[in-house]
Design a protein. Structure first.
Length: 122
């Protein structure tokens, strides 16, 4: 099984590695960004402390879940951090432009160009 799995993973690694690095950098930046709630910022470091600690919520009695509970908890912490962080902060760290609220950008055919000048009543 591993003879087939390792070459397959090595074939897919160059395709997914840039996205994995970008996501890791996003989590790193959100963890240290003061605009994100302190509770959300604490989730990932606390989950990493859980991984390092010998205490397990789910023992190794359950064959598959017992061994993967560390990965599940870190994944949930990262998911909560990214999904519950303010969207404009996440977009800024990903390098995406914020959506515009200007009417010119929504429907340019409905905008009329013009000039204005002030006339004194004196």
């Amino acid at each position: 099984m591993s003879r087939l799995l390792i070459p397959f993973l090595m074939m897919l690694l160059p395709r997914f590695l840039p996205n994995i690095i970008r996501y890791f950098m996003l989590v790193w930046r959100l963890t240290f960004d003061r605009r994100v709630n302190i509770i959300l910022r604490a989730l990932v470091p606390l989950s990493l402390v859980y991984v390092i600690s010998p205490i397990d919520l789910i023992g190794d009695r359950l064959p598959l879940i017992g061994r993967a509970d560390d990965i599940i908890i870190v994944g949930i912490a990262v998911l909560f951090l990214v999904k519950l962080a303010p969207p404009h902060v996440v977009d800024e760290h990903l390098g995406r432009a914020a959506p515009s609220d200007r009417p010119e950008d929504k429907d340019p055919s409905q905008v009329v160009d013009g000039e204005a000048r002030f006339i004194d009543d004196d």
